[in-house]
Write a protein that binds this ligand. Structure first.
Ligand code: SF4
Length: 439
């Protein structure tokens, strides 16, 4: 009988992409990839440490998995395993602790052999959309960031084989590919000859039949007019995730982020000039050391000014080894939480305003899952979740969809297909997008 492996990740899209890749490689060496830890012989966790909470969650999850299946051997990789290797090794059931730098050897380490990965297929390895890690590590030096310490220097996958892999994913059924990395915007700078994210995305749009390409988080200082011009191609999803972190120049300076509020604002205006309805999404840290009430008001004002389609908000948390832990004037935890809550409230209002502008329009929706009671859930290229009742199988299909009304955290849609029964309104809540290393 084939050995059975269960894989799980915490954190960012790069962890998601890597975990899908690991699952395919385990299948390639003859393991059965199971979707329940209780029946696994080996359990692999791709951990996260971007915040104190994420590190705590990684530890707790490993303990819970051991309780659920004490007979399984646990392997932990990822950022928490890289930064807390000795702690991880002492957890019950943990046999392998594999740091980020050796993540490529997880299958060889556990299975003792390597082989070509099993083919990708929508939903087979966890996601309907294909997450593709094209870059890792970071050469920037944001003072609060532990990711760069745990992921190492910036490094990129060569362009030509990456474009070829995207075409293979299309042939294997991918409707949308999400390019991801730690510092995606610095893609290609380490290659000889150097490449760029604009070059990679441009080559994917030009040389593959991919219906939808989505870019995950890009640091604002890595975005230029050449990249923005790519949005003239409607196959590039109209979403630009630009971490802001703070709307105060004084705080940005202490964060070591090489951008000013004026530059950031000008960039968002420029992006809208290329794509008027583009979904600008972002990350914000609340309560960074020295953040005054005035700094925080400036952040609220900038968020309102930009009108983000989605905010990921994190109360600042000290990460060992980062310069920020030595900064003076720490903000009390209660204030960090209050500010984060105020930002999230603003974020929900702006997100609802953003969705509302599409009511009445017809947009292509990629359908990803169907609830037991029959309702389909999908995603527009502008990263809006849409719900619809349709009698036919919509899985992994992109269909024109009339957006009828706003639900809670989603829009209600009617599938516009010849012979389709149309949609019934519903008020089911929607699952919020995951957040991760994009802090
Ligand atoms: S926040 Fe992003 S850009 Fe800054 S150091 Fe961390 S990974 Fe790099």
């Amino acid at each position: 009988m084939s050995p059975r492996v269960y894989l799980e990740f915490l954190g960012c899209r790069l962890n998601a992409a890597e975990t899908e890749g690991l699952a395919r490689r385990f299948a390639g060496v003859g393991y059965e990839v199971v979707d329940a830890p209780a029946v696994a012989d080996v359990i692999v966790v791709n951990s996260c440490a971007v915040t104190t909470q994420a590190a705590r969650s990684s530890r707790r999850r490993l303990r819970a998995l051991h309780r659920e299946n004490p007979n399984a051997e646990l392997a932990v990789t990822g950022c928490w395993a890289t930064g807390a290797a000795s702690q991880a090794a002492q957890l019950p059931g943990v046999r392998w602790v594999i740091p980020n730098i050796d993540k490529g050897a997880v299958v060889a380490e556990i299975a003792g052999r390597v082989a070509d990965p099993a083919p990708w297929a929508p939903g087979r390895w966890g996601h309907t959309r294909a997450f593709l890690g094209v870059q890792d590590g970071c050469d920037h030096a944001c003072t609060y960031c532990v990711t760069r310490l745990l992921r190492g220097p910036a490094r990129s996958r060569p362009l030509t084989p990456t474009v070829a892999e995207v075409q293979r994913l299309v042939e294997q059924g991918a409707q949308e590919v999400v390019l991801t990395g730690v510092s995606l915007g610095s893609y290609g700078r380490d290659l000889a000859p150097p490449e760029s994210l604009t070059g990679l995305a441009g080559a994917i749009l030009a040389d593959t039949d991919l219906p939808r390409l989505r870019l995950s988080s890009i640091e604002p200082w890595d975005v230029d007019a050449a990249l923005l011009r790519l949005w003239e191609d409607r196959r590039l999803c109209r979403q630009l995730h630009l971490p802001l972190q703070s709307g105060s120049d004084a705080v940005l300076k202490r964060m070591g982020r090489p951008i000013t509020v004026a530059d950031y604002t000008a960039l968002t205006d420029e992006a809208r000039a290329f794509s008027e309805e583009i979904a600008l999404t972002t990350d914000i840290l609340a309560g960074f050391p020295g953040e005054t009430d005035r700094d925080f008001r400036e952040t609220l004002a900038l968020v309102e000014r930009v009108g983000f389609a989605r905010l990921h908000v994190f109360p600042y948390s000290e990460r060992a080894g980062t310069p920020a832990v030595r900064l003076p004037e720490p903000v009390p935890h209660s204030v960090r939480k209050e500010r984060a809550a105020e930002l999230r409230t603003l974020g929900r209002r702006l997100a609802a305003d953003y969705r509302q502008q599409f009511v009445g329009q017809a947009l292509p929706v990629l359908w990803e899952q169907q609830a037991p009671e029959g309702q389909w859930t999908g995603l527009t290229d502008t990263y809006i979740r849409v719900e619809s009742r349709a009698s036919r199988d919509l899985y992994n299909r992109i269909t024109p969809t009339r957006l009828l009304a706003a639900g809670r955290d989603a829009l209600i849609g009617e599938v516009l297909l010849p012979g389709s029964s149309g949609a019934g309104p519903s008020d089911e809540p929607d699952a919020a997008a995951a957040s991760g290393c994009e802090v």
